[in-house]
Design a protein around this ligand. Sequence first.
Ligand code: BEZ
Length: 211
Amino acid sequence: MALQLGDTVPDFTQETSEGSISFHEWAGDSWVVLFSHPADYTPVCTTELGTVASLKPEFDKRNVKILALSVDSVDSHKGWINDINETQNTNVNYPIIADPDRKVADLYGMIHPNSLNNLTVRSVFIIDPNKKLRLSLTYPASTGRNFDEILRVIDSLQLTDYHQVATPANWKDGDDCVVVPSISTDEAKQKFPKGVTEVKPYLRMTPQPNK
Ligand code: BEZ
């Protein structure tokens, strides 16, 4: 069965462009974004990996490690990284898993045979420090992903974990947040000194607690 939110993600040991990694050990106490793409030396993927490299300081700030995957070999990845750095004006500064036998791709359900024959689709997994799956999404090969949205989801997940607020539709960093349903309005008023607005008994808003 496909991985579901809240599942403990599978562990694996695999070669990457930065040497062999044992995934759970490598992840340690960090959050992880694991993302796959169809193949090396393809145009959309080239822009995606360059974009993620440029955003690496943003992921670092949030205690997030980046791990990419494609079904090609380490040697292929290394040659392609040179092209990404040259064309995207960046420095790929995170490992890319080599998965020629599709071991990790099968473990994580990244092959969708009716979409791309034997190639990984554009999957993204956000994994928390307890190795629980917190988000998964799948994009078609022809659509490059929006990594600002991935950062936005990480901010939302971390606000929920660390401050017990949720985020409303189209929330952006700095906007008001939603008090989670498990907290009563009285409790919320104690917990959120910046104030709580009760729009409805089930819809309570508060300024973003960590701003
Ligand atoms: C790409 O990464 O550019 C790509 C890969 C497979 C199909 C279409 C585009």
